[in-house]
Ligand binder design. Structure first.
Ligand code: SF4
Ligand code: SF4
Length: 263
């Protein structure tokens, strides 16, 4: 039994690649400071030693893809004072959300030698579809600075300061020349939530939308720029169906272009 008086932090994994949990371990210099403020009570990626709940803050990575996950996530909510979902899997269903546009049994029959052993739901869904979530932190993977801000905010009972603007503003702040304007490279930056620091445009590549839709994304407005950069309806479907394929605005846009291709 733990005798610590520090708030208890738990980190839970559902269907995911572990990349977002690794972001916490990747905090390196800051990790010791975090460990001084909170008790890492349940974090199997870091330690097999666990402390029983209830927990003050739970970080949840991954999407819901099995019936067992559905039961387990209810238990996470029950033992947690605050729940923060981390990453595209947990906030939008992740890349495994591509199954939502297809027949999952067709996928399993192609991928597995014995698909009869696979027990899975037809859809990959975000955590927020099943339990009450106190905050959603976006990204694939999440940004370590934003993660530290969210942990700090919840420890001090305040709202996290995570700006809702687009990647374009991050480009301007770092002085990066716009790849769409200067090079005709397709870029999802105008409709994508900030957080990565405009990493890809900084390397003369277009944004892939890892952080999902920004607040009020004007996807129809961006279509003009993407088409003049040479994108067809097929390409537009694909560009919106990556890490955040199931996020409402990106899903709707990809379905709109899919309908165009089938006309
Ligand atoms: S959001 Fe991306 S980095 Fe995070 S767990 Fe899912 S696939 Fe991995
Ligand atoms: S490169 Fe992309 S993200 Fe950056 S300003 Fe241009 S459109 Fe926006």
């Amino acid at each position: 039994m733990s005798t610590s008086t520090r708030p208890k932090l738990a980190v839970w994994k559902f269907a995911s690649c572990d990349g977002c949990q690794l972001t916490l371990l990747d905090c390196e210099d800051e990790l010791l400071a975090v460990a001084e403020r909170v008790e890492l009570a349940y974090f199997l990626e870091a330690s097999r030693a666990t402390v029983e709940g209830p927990y003050d803050l739970s970080l949840v990575e991954g999407s819901i893809t099995t019936a067992h996950d559905l039961t387990r996530v209810q238990e996470v909510r029950r033992v947690s004072k605050r729940v923060v979902t981390i990453g595209a899997c947990a906030t939008a269903g992740g890349i495994q959300g591509l199954r939502n546009f297809a027949d999952v049994s067709e996928y399993t029959s192609v991928v597995y030698a014995h698909p009869e052993y696979i027990s899975t739901l037809d859809r990959s869904t975000p955590i927020g579809e099943h339990i009450r979530v106190d905050f959603e932190l976006r990204g694939c993977p999440i940004d370590k600075g934003q993660l530290l801000e969210v942990i700090s905010a919840f420890l001090h009972d305040r709202v996290p300061e995570v700006p809702p603007h687009s990647v374009c503003l991050e480009c301007k702040m770092r002085g990066t020349v716009c790849v769409m304007v200067a090079r005709g490279t397709p870029c999802l930056g105008p409709v994508t939530h900030a957080g990565c620091g405009a990493l890809c445009p900084g390397y003369q590549r277009g944004c892939y939308g890892c952080f999902g839709p920004m607040e009020s994304p004007n996807t129809e407005g961006l279509e003009i720029g993407l088409r003049s950069a040479g994108m067809t309806d097929d390409a537009l479907v694909r560009v919106y169906r990556t890490f955040n394929a199931n996020a409402e605005a990106f899903r709707a846009e990809s379905e709109r272009h899919e309908q165009e291709t089938s006309r």
